[in-house]
Design a protein around this ligand. Structure first.
Ligand SMILES: [Mn+2]
Length: 322
């Protein structure tokens, strides 16, 4: 009951405000972009001024999404309302935190377990598989709004991204019901799945092949770690956006309960992406290094030389698997 009241409140605040900024998290994924653009499309249909912002450029696959060319067009700083979409903390807003800070009213719509972003209104539910699924529920509360093919495509893409094509445990009967309703709006589900989830360049395939072949295993093969070096990107002509998905390949190994992808930022700094199987909690492992995320998918940054970084990660993971 309380959740429903809160959704009503979020929807009514959206109804009151006229000039609204929607801000995605850094390294934007299909959930933050799909969610922000679905809101953007809906608010435009309601004749409001909405702008979408992202600190980082969208990866090529996300440019498949309708209105993905609308990011960072406005030079405005001052908004009636700024909404942090799918973003658990201030740092994740990147340089766009300036717009969030300057807004008269701040709102946060998110599903990260470790959300520390302060705001006037928030709807945070870590039990929901994607922020897009929450946005669906918010938009359903707005009178007079009909879902068109674009809104449905954007929400579906967000849901697909964060539910791992409806395979992760947070996928519920409600998730699938919403997906069915969006499907009925005339979306091309196969095309969305291919473009957002499966499609990769041959260079990205070569990067994956090279990095996967060096995967190291620890703790009786329960922990698998692969490292992306800067030279791997240089030599294969790939970038950060091509690292997605590799950790899931390690995760699919039957003995593995914690799969880790480590990406070199420079010789002494590494970005770490962690996937776990129940009952291991990825966000607990990431929290050791000041990171966060979800129960089964989390991330952090770890400093030091690679050897030390790997040792620290293995220890942190092992302590939480036993
Ligand atoms: Mn998300």
């Amino acid at each position: 009951m309380e959740k429903i009241d809160k959704l009503d409140k979020i929807a009514s605040v959206l109804g009151e405000k006229k000039k609204i900024a929607l801000i995605c998290h850094i390294n934007p994924d299909g959930d933050t972009v799909g969610s922000a653009l679905a809101l953007y499309t809906a608010l435009n249909k309601l004749n409001k001024k909405a702008d979408v912002f992202s600190s980082d450029e969208l990866s090529p696959k996300l440019k498949y999404l309708p209105f993905s060319d609308r990011f960072n067009i406005s030079r405005e700083i001052k908004y009636d309302l700024a909404i942090a979409v799918d973003c658990g903390d201030k740092g994740r807003l990147g340089v766009m935190s300036e717009i969030f800070d300057a807004a008269d009213t701040k709102m946060c719509i998110d599903h990260h377990k470790s959300n520390t972003l302060g705001s006037d209104y928030s709807y945070i539910d870590p039990s929901i598989s994607s922020t897009a699924e929450i946005i669906y529920s918010v938009l359903k509360k707005i009178n007079g709004l009909t879902f068109d093919r674009d809104i449905a495509t954007l929400l579906y893409a967000g849901m697909l991204t964060d539910s791992g094509c409806f395979t992760y445990p947070a996928t519920t009967a409600q998730t699938l019901k919403i997906a069915a309703e969006l499907h009925a709006c005339g979306i091309d589900a196969a095309d969305i799945a291919y473009n957002i989830f499966k499609k990769k360049t041959k260079n990205a395939f070569e990067l994956e092949h090279r990095v996967l072949s060096r995967t190291k295993f620890f703790a009786e093969n329960r922990i698998g770690i692969a490292v992306f070096f800067l030279k791997d990107f240089e030599e294969t002509g790939t970038g950060q956006e091509d690292t997605e998905g590799l950790v899931n390949s390690i995760q699919s190994i039957d003995s593995v309960t914690a799969a880790v992808a480590v990406t070199e930022i420079d010789a002494l700094h590494y970005r770490v992406s962690i996937r776990t199987k129940e009952p291991a909690d990825a966000s607990d492992i990431a929290a050791v290094f000041g990171g966060g995320g979800h129960r089964l998918a989390a991330g952090c940054r770890v400093g030091g030389c690679l050897e030390d970084v790997l040792e620290k990660i293995v220890k942190a993971a092992k302590d939480r698997l036993d």
